[in-house]
Design a binder for this molecule. Structure first.
Ligand SMILES: NC(=O)c1ccc[n+]([C@@H]2O[C@H](COP(=O)([O-])OP(=O)(O)OC[C@H]3O[C@@H](n4cnc5c(N)ncnc54)[C@H](OP(=O)(O)O)[C@@H]3O)[C@@H](O)[C@H]2O)c1
Length: 303
């Protein structure tokens, strides 16, 4: 049995890992929530890793409030950088691999073709900068790391764009959605399955493909187009009588919808390296979005 210590328990990724791990009989996952281990308090991480003595450590915690981070840079740094450094140090001390998840917001969005892992980074805001600092700390501390950069994460759990849009589409006659930022919406359920699939590989002594990878869905679109996909697929599931079926989705620019943190206008990432080294890709976007929508509209347990 492979012992997996997961920092985080209630976020989208952690809950997706908890759900998906039922299909992985050889893995035993231990999740730590904020009460078990506040990762922003130094010392907690060391105690947890010493107590559980895992075969691998996964970080599913993060400070993800992109706009709030602009006014709480210290807290964002403690969670996205200092805590990540602590996890990497403790994984290294126990000679076990560390899987960390990062973000497309490390890029400035000036690119025109899908970003590769080797492309220059230049975060536009505090969230991206603290996530980048976390990545850099991991690389400095341990070679036995996987940094998986993902983007636009949605799931049946927690707060996310799909849940917000489902609610707004059902409540309003018109909504305005930004149409000049392009990225790859990615299901946390798919990320979880991919992570659990690679765990047995990366704990092997001869595994030599550690490093940074992009892991996102195959679909590039704007937030407005993503909202149209949500509307079309939810209408298929709920029927034409669903109030959201007729909500008008108006395209607006980022300038018309100002936020505290600037977002990259283009953050599509290439998954070629992940596919080449691990031999599989995330499932098709349409399938993944329908799966999450079905869980949202049919299963009240995923509140
Ligand atoms: N969400 C996205 O769109 C997105 C996009 C790109 C990359 N990512 C990356 O993907 C990963 C997973 O994101 P996610 O969507 O699952 O995030 P999430 O739903 O916001 O979950 C983050 C979790 O971190 C926990 N946490 C925050 N501070 C903590 C602390 N001091 N001690 C212990 N736990 C703490 C939170 O605990 P509480 O529940 O107690 O608050 C929460 O459960 C992150 O690395 C994120 O940066 C996310």
């Amino acid at each position: 049995m492979i012992k997996v210590l997961v920092f985080g328990k209630n976020g989208q990724l952690a809950r997706s890992l908890a759900w998906r791990c039922k299909a992985f009989a050889g893995l035993r996952l231990q999740f730590l929530d904020r009460n078990d281990c506040d990762v922003a308090q130094s010392g907690n991480i060391t105690k947890a890793v010493d107590l559980y003595r895992p075969d691998i450590v996964i970080n599913a915690t993060a400070y993800t409030a992109v706009d709030l981070a602009e006014s709480e840079p210290e807290l964002a740094r403690r969670v996205n950088c200092d805590a990540v450094r602590g996890m990497a140090e403790n994984a290294a001390r126990h000679s076990v691999p560390f899987i960390h998840v990062s973000t497309d917001y490390v890029f400035d969005g000036e690119g025109k073709v899908p970003y590769r892992e080797t492309d220059p980074v230049a975060p536009l805001g505090v969230y991206g900068a603290t996530k980048l600092a976390g990545e850099e700390a991991v690389r400095t501390i341990t070679n036995q790391h996987l940094i998986l950069r993902t983007s636009w994460v949605y799931s049946p759990f927690g707060k996310n764009f799909v849940k917000t849009m489902l609610r707004l589409l059902g409540d309003k006659k018109h909504i305005s959605v930004v149409d000049d930022q392009q990225g790859c919406p990615t299901s946390a359920l798919d990320l979880a399955t991919a992570i659990l699939r690679i765990v047995p590989d990366i704990i092997r002594r001869d595994f030599d493909q550690f490093g940074t990878y992009h892991l996102v869905s195959d679909a590039e679109m704007t937030w407005r187009a993503f909202t149209s996909e949500i509307q079309a697929k939810a209408t298929k599931i709920l029927g034409e009588q669903w109030l959201g079926a007729t909500c008008e989705i108006k395209a607006v620019t980022s300038a018309e919808f100002p936020t505290a943190a600037k977002r990259p206008s283009y953050s599509v990432m290439s998954t070629e390296k992940f596919i080449a080294n691990f031999g599989f890709d995330l499932p098709e976007f349409n399938h993944s979005l329908i799966e999450v929508l079905r869980n949202l509209v049919e299963g009240e347990e995923y509140a």
